[in-house]
Design a protein around this ligand. Structure first.
Ligand code: F0G
Length: 482
């Protein structure tokens, strides 16, 4: 992806790839979209993909793959133990991130299970810029807790800070002093901080945090699931790296981490997971858990075909033309929305465009799931499937009371090289329409609420008949149009 100057003087995103395989999409009429949303319990996770027009739920496992990735899948070496595919992937990971050992796992949360079981003891605290849902769940399962030490800018929806994912070093030092290093299971940095809007972490910050952790003997765990976008931002927003090779940035981050893991559903544009380390002791302890939870140590629950695709995908991630598309499209969508007055997280980050539901729907009380309500309304208005990232994605407190999220966001994920610019414009158009009619949107309540990770399969119901009112208004304004 590049931004190319047009005759008008405007810089327009221009795809540096062509599409050689396509999937037909289906845009249902608004009445049917409302019907499907009701059947899915107003939870976009429960929609069937055949009823979705643009799937912006996530980038996980749905990034476009390259012809070279597909080609590599054909030469996968299927053997339970000692597969050549494993050694090929291992070599790519060692060369790219500069770490000694590679442990395979079936996806990111499986890596988190292994890491949590290795490092978390009951009563311990894991410090991190921000939690991710599955990370926190695994730490909690092992009896630990999470403390977030992100800089204050990270939690401001609108900001001009280029690295909102950075850890606040004063908070880190204070926490180490207060808790004592023995009570800290690990410090975790999440690249492209997911739940605050795909916001990057600077190399300057990673270096400082690593220096502090190494000084204290606290393991630094780096979650590289969203590293592709973060590499782009380090190169384009951090002066020192303007002319750096992407692979050199990646390798430095590897060298600063004690454990480096990622979901290969995101990084590497296929499906799987990986843990890397150069620490002999940590490696031995984690290695024992791989056959127990994942599969033999040379496949770890992954298909060998996916492992081949990851190896090629990781190499291709070291190309700025490949990793720039998501951030450039996120920026394009954010710009269109901002021009119409729609509140979004700024600066635009990676992963997706994040709509600020608290301001969009300031008439809905937080206990009625503001972001969940807006997310359902967006699907009805457009057929675009987003993801709730707010109170619904939190777990209740032990006493059963709601834990209100710090931010109420709807994430419109932009998987890599999947959508076109006109699809981005369509999305912006329908959301702008919704913004003009935002008073019609009402709240939601749970009718079926799972006790863990409830956002995945909980079912909800609207207060009143607001979805019907929305459909009526849509027909009035768009006539026969879908
Ligand atoms: N860490 C981060 C930062 C993630 O974004 C994810 C997944 C994981 C770990 C877990 O990886 O899904 O392979 O088990 N994020 C997905 C998303 C689910 O939609 O943002 P996984």
């Amino acid at each position: 992806m590049s931004k190319i100057k047009f005759l008008s003087g405007e810089n327009i995103p221009l795809e540096m790839h062509k599409v050689r395989m396509v999937q037909k999409l289906n845009l249902l009429p608004v009445e049917e979209r409302a019907q499907k949303m009701e059947e899915a319990g107003y939870n976009t996770f429960l929609l069937k993909n055949r009823d979705v027009f643009l799937d912006m739920l996530t980038d996980s496992g749905v990034n476009a793959m390259s012809e070279n990735q597909y080609a590599a899948m054909m030469q996968a070496d299927d053997s339970y133990a000692g597969s050549e595919t494993f050694y090929r992937l291992e070599k790519v990971l060692q060369e790219t991130f500069g770490l000694k050992y590679f442990l395979p796992a079936h996806q990111g949360r499986a890596c988190e299970n292994i890491i949590a079981r290795t490092l978390v003891t009951p009563g311990s605290v894991a410090l991190m810029n921000y939690h991710f849902t599955t990370t926190k769940a695994h730490i909690t399962l092992c009896g630990g807790t999470v403390e977030e030490i992100i800089g204050d800018e990270g939690l401001k929806v609108q900001s001009s800070a280029p690295f909102k994912g950075d850890i606040d070093l004063d908070k880190l030092n204070e926490a180490i002093k207060r808790l004592g290093k023995d009570k800290i299971s690990f410090v975790r940095i999440e690249a492209g901080t997911n739940l605050v809007g795909g916001q990057p972490v600077s190399m300057k910050n990673i270096r400082e945090v690593s220096r502090i952790c190494r000084g204290e003997g606290i393991p630094l765990v780096f979650d590289a699931s969203l590293l592709a976008d973060n590499l782009y931002f380090i190169k384009t927003r951090e002066e020192e790296f303007k002319n750096a090779e992407i692979i050199d940035i990646a390798r430095e981050i590897g060298s600063l981490s004690d454990i480096f893991y990622f979901s290969a559903r995101k990084l590497g544009a296929a499906r799987g997971g990986a843990i890397l380390t150069s620490d002999d002791k940590l490696h031995t302890r984690m290695l024992e858990l791989v056959p127990l939870f994942e599969g033999f140590i040379t496949y770890g629950g992954m298909s060998v075909r996916e492992m081949e695709a990851i190896a090629v995908g990781i190499r291709e991630t070291m190309d700025i033309e490949v990793i720039s598309q998501t951030p450039i499209f996120v920026e394009a969508l954010a710009k269109e929305l901002i021009a119409k007055g729609v509140p979004v997280v700024t600066p635009p980050g990676g992963l997706g465009c994040h709509v600020d539901a608290s301001r969009f729907c300031d008439h809905i009380p937080q206990e009625q799931y503001i972001a969940g309500s807006l997310n359902a309304a967006i699907f009805i208005a457009s057929g675009v499937r987003g993801m709730e990232r707010g109170t619904m994605s939190e777990q209740r407190n032990e006493d059963g009371s709601e834990r209100m999220a710090e931010m109420e966001l709807v994430r419109l994920a932009i998987p890599k090289r999947v959508f076109t610019l006109s699809q981005i414009k369509y999305t912006a158009d329908r959301i702008s329409w919704l913004f003009e009619n935002r008073r019609l949107i009402g709240g939601l309540k749970f009718v079926q609420e799972p006790s863990v990770l409830r956002f995945f399969f909980g079912r909800l119901q609207p207060f009143g008949n607001w979805p019907d009112l929305l459909v009526k208004q849509f027909r009035k304004d768009f006539g026969e149009s879908l």
